[in-house]
Design a protein around this ligand. Structure first.
Ligand SMILES: NC(=O)c1ccc[n+]([C@@H]2O[C@H](COP(=O)([O-])OP(=O)(O)OC[C@H]3O[C@@H](n4cnc5c(N)ncnc54)[C@H](O)[C@@H]3O)[C@@H](O)[C@H]2O)c1
Length: 245
């Protein structure tokens, strides 16, 4: 069994912990959750033998611990991937992983299709576009971060991310999957069907693809947040199960 720890027990971290406890990551055992209130740090989880830590806290916390964890040989599945918009930090992280023999595994978060994006990026002419569908503002509850986004924006991944760094982690992880910030764009479009979501549009000199994920109205109380949280659990399965893809 692979020993797993969690950093951050808020909305996503709680769903992830419950999923692992319910057996959705059958090759893994949850050994602890880092918590400021209990005085447990991610390094304590490493000392207890965690081989993988799932991060669901915030970008500043990821920045504080990631390099140290990787150097200790602990692999990390980060959700606060906006931290990698700083390319200098991303390079530091790669070096730390090489030194520690560990890895950073990016989950697909709110989007998908990273395996296909990685293949597309191996051929000339690669261009990736993250499209965010924005429902009509009047129908969005107050406090929804999408309310602050422009309805028809087009720019580079980093320009898009700058519009709302706390909510556009997905743009950064997609850009890494697409092979770099320079060939990845971000666009917003009005959701004519009223449902928020994302498409990842891929193109190179050989092919084109579009992978779309759209919110359903919550059925049986399952919010879209569960899909994002479970992307970390499916990533855990991908790196621990005997037959993987
Ligand atoms: N990659 C994606 O597609 C995606 C999608 C949604 C959210 N996110 C990101 O995932 C992260 C978690 O989201 P959330 O909605 O669960 O947030 P949340 O605010 O509900 O939970 C964050 C938790 O981290 C804890 N925390 C803060 N500092 C800590 C520390 N030093 N040690 C341990 N725990 C600490 C907080 O107490 C809180 O419980 C955020 O950074 C969010 O932006 C990523």
């Amino acid at each position: 069994m692979t020993k797993v720890g969690i950093m951050g027990a808020g909305r996503l971290g709680t769903i992830i912990a419950e999923a692992i406890k319910a057996g959705l990551a059958p090759e893994c055992e949850l050994i602890g959750i880092a918590s400021r209130s209990l005085g447990v740090t991610p390094f304590d989880l490493a000392d207890r033998g965690a081989a993988v830590i799932i991060e669901a806290s915030k970008p500043e916390v990821l920045r504080e611990y990631l390099v140290g964890l990787l150097e200790r040989g602990v692999s990390v599945i980060p959700l606060s991937t906006g931290a990698f918009a700083d390319e200098g930090f991303l390079e530091e992280v790669k070096e730390a992983a090489r030194r520690g023999g560990s890895r950073v595994y990016l989950p697909h978060g709110a989007e998908g299709g990273f395996d296909l994006a990685a293949t597309f990026s191996l051929l000339p002419g690669m261009k990736g576009t993250v499209v965010q569908y924005i429902p009509e503002r009047a129908k969005m509850p107050d406090g929804n971060p999408m309310k602050a986004l422009p309805e028809s924006f087009k720019g580079t991944a980093l320009e898009g991310f700058a519009l709302s760094p706390s909510h556009l982690n997905v743009v950064i992880e997609s850009a890494i999957a697409c092979g770099g910030f320079e060939n990845t764009m971000y666009e917003t479009r009005i959701a004519r069907d009223g449902r928020g979501g994302f498409s990842l549009e891929l193109e190179n000199d050989a092919a084109e693809a579009v992978i779309t994920i759209k919110n359903k109205p919550p059925v049986k109380g399952i919010p879209m947040m569960s899909m994002i949280a479970l992307s970390a659990v499916s990533t855990l399965n991908r790196i621990t199960q005997p037959v993987t893809f």
